[in-house]
Design a protein around this ligand. Structure first.
Ligand SMILES: [Zn+2]
Length: 65
């Protein structure tokens, strides 16, 4: 969702100006998710997930042994 820093409000893509600026104040809209950064998962998050799965697997195995 496009976010206007100046107006402190979210704008729908259709309510934005054609050049991608705010129709109210004319500021260039900050795009929180520009595609490139949000698409890639940070490596430390993957490591955390792997560690969590390993820990949970160990906990499950520990019940039966
Ligand atoms: Zn604005």
């Amino acid at each position: 969702m496009p976010w206007c820093e100046e107006c402190s409000k979210y704008l729908t893509p259709s309510s934005m100006s054609a050049d991608g600026s705010c129709p109210k104040c004319g500021a260039v809209i900050e795009e929180p998710s520009d595609g490139t950064e949000s698409e890639t998962t940070p490596w430390h998050f993957k490591l955390l997930v792997v560690a969590l799965i390993a820990y949970l697997s160990w906990r499950i195995i520990a019940i039966f042994v």
